[in-house]
Design a protein around this ligand. Structure first.
Ligand code: GLV
Ligand code: MN
Ligand code: MN
Length: 409
């Protein structure tokens, strides 16, 4: 069994970094808060007896050697960046549990055939640049220099932020791992939904991760005087956007599985007495079935154009990124099932609605995830919570899953 007090204390300590007056955590990539979090985790990795280094995209890695030095590595991890005003478990639970697993192994003198690495991925959330999974894309070798042009709210690009953090954007290729060099990737994460709570179970095994598309809508009308322009002749892009957002909700509801969210909106020029000239809003659309999701997206785009025509405003749709749904491997799912069985826990499987670095890692190696029950299913919110006992149960399942993967062929 892992040391549950140590795991919990570290979660509470890490949860102080980037804490806002509201009680939520804002720890965006390449900021001083993220740097402080990395330093804290690096110190835990050292206490765990790991060799610590950072790769060319800023992934923080702690390595435990295997009996066979050149055997493919078992990767275990998550992320320590957060969304704006997020919670303290989304990401940190997976990183700190992985450190705890390796510290427990080292304290017991457990040696494995395969080397094991704990990884805290750079920018999983995409909160700062609306382009996430930077570290895992880098590790898989799909991150290109052209993609580093994405900007944050202040116009700072990923490349510029990397330089400020002491990284060289033209060297990101060095973070790429060779195919065959990673045996499997495993991540422990909070569920961020209500399935485990309703099933009254602390831990579940993930079957697959829903695929997402991120889209930017730009609606252009005409800025005019709010007092002097009669209602019938206005070309108001904000009213058109409001109609589109309601339509998006209706379209997503039709399938029963798709979820669609508009989380960002900018109104230009943003004056109280000016009919807006332009509105930009985002769409996050997900489904475990890519065909269903893409069908919904097509319908949304067609109807947005129709609304645009009716209201005499221009509608532009830009695809920011697309990630396919990904299945978790039998290898990791079976290891996790055996681990649950050994610990006397129910074996319960569920899909993930949230996205994770495993979506990227799946291009490189078999992946799998273990979920821990979330209180009221709340996440991306300061109220995010999982109990100490549930976190420990998840970390113990992770321990025995990793042990199986690192011992076996
Ligand atoms: C990350 O948390 C995501 O699913 O957007
Ligand atoms: Mn996460
Ligand atoms: Mn998240």
């Amino acid at each position: 069994m892992i040391n549950e007090d140590r795991l919990w204390n570290r979660l509470m300590e890490l949860g102080k970094i980037g804490k806002q007056p509201s009680g939520g955590i804002t720890r965006l990539s390449f900021t001083k808060e993220e740097r402080a979090a990395k330093e804290k985790v690096a110190s835990y990795m050292k206490e765990a007896g790991l060799t610590v280094y950072e790769d060319a995209v800023g992934n923080l890695i702690g390595r435990k050697e295997g009996k066979e030095k050149d055997a493919p590595v078992v990767l275990v991890g998550s992320h320590i960046d957060s969304v704006y005003n997020g919670g303290m478990f989304d990401g940190p639970l997976g990183v700190l549990s992985a450190v705890e697993v390796l510290q427990t192994m080292n304290e017991r003198g457990v040696e494995t055939k395969h080397p094991i690495e704990v990884v805290a991925f750079t920018d999983e959330e995409g909160a700062r640049f609306s382009f996430g999974m930077i570290g895992s894309r880098g590790m898989v070798g799909t991150l290109s220099e052209e993609e580093l042009v994405h900007q944050d709210k202040n116009g700072v690009s990923i490349a510029e932020a990397m330089k400020e953090a002491g990284l060289n954007p033209s060297e990101i290729g060095k973070a790429a791992r060779r195919k065959g060099s990673v045996k499997a990737y495993v991540e422990l994460h909070i569920e961020q939904g209500r399935v485990l709570e309703e099933a009254n179970l602390p831990v579940g095994i993930v079957t697959g991760i829903a695929g997402l598309v991120w889209v930017k809508f730009t609606v252009e009308g005409k800025a005019e005087h709010a007092g002097a322009t009669p209602m019938p002749i206005r070309r108001d892009p904000l009213v058109a956007a409001a109609q589109m957002i309601q339509m998006i909700e209706q379209e997503a509801k039709k399938t029963g599985t798709t979820v669609g969210t508009v989380g960002q909106m900018k109104v230009f020029p943003g004056g109280i007495n000016i009919i807006p000239a332009k509105v930009e809003f985002s769409l996050d659309l997900r489904d475990i079935d890519a065909t269903v999701r893409d069908h919904v997206l097509q319908s949304i785009i067609e109807q947005a154009q129709k609304i645009g025509k009716e209201r005499n405003v221009l509608v532009n749709v830009e695809l920011l990124q697309e990630m396919p749904p990904v299945l978790c491997s039998e290898l990791v799912q079976n290891a996790a099932k055996e681990a649950c069985g050994q610990l006397g826990l129910d074996i319960f499987s569920l899909p993930s609605g949230a996205s994770h670095d495993g979506v990227q890692l799946a291009r490189l190696c078999p992946i799998g995830m273990i979920f821990v029950r979330s209180k009221d299913g709340v996440s991306h919110n300061p109220e995010e919570w999982s109990s100490k006992e549930d976190c420990a149960a998840g970390a113990n399942v992770l321990y025995h899953t990793v042990l199986r993967l690192a011992m076996g062929e």
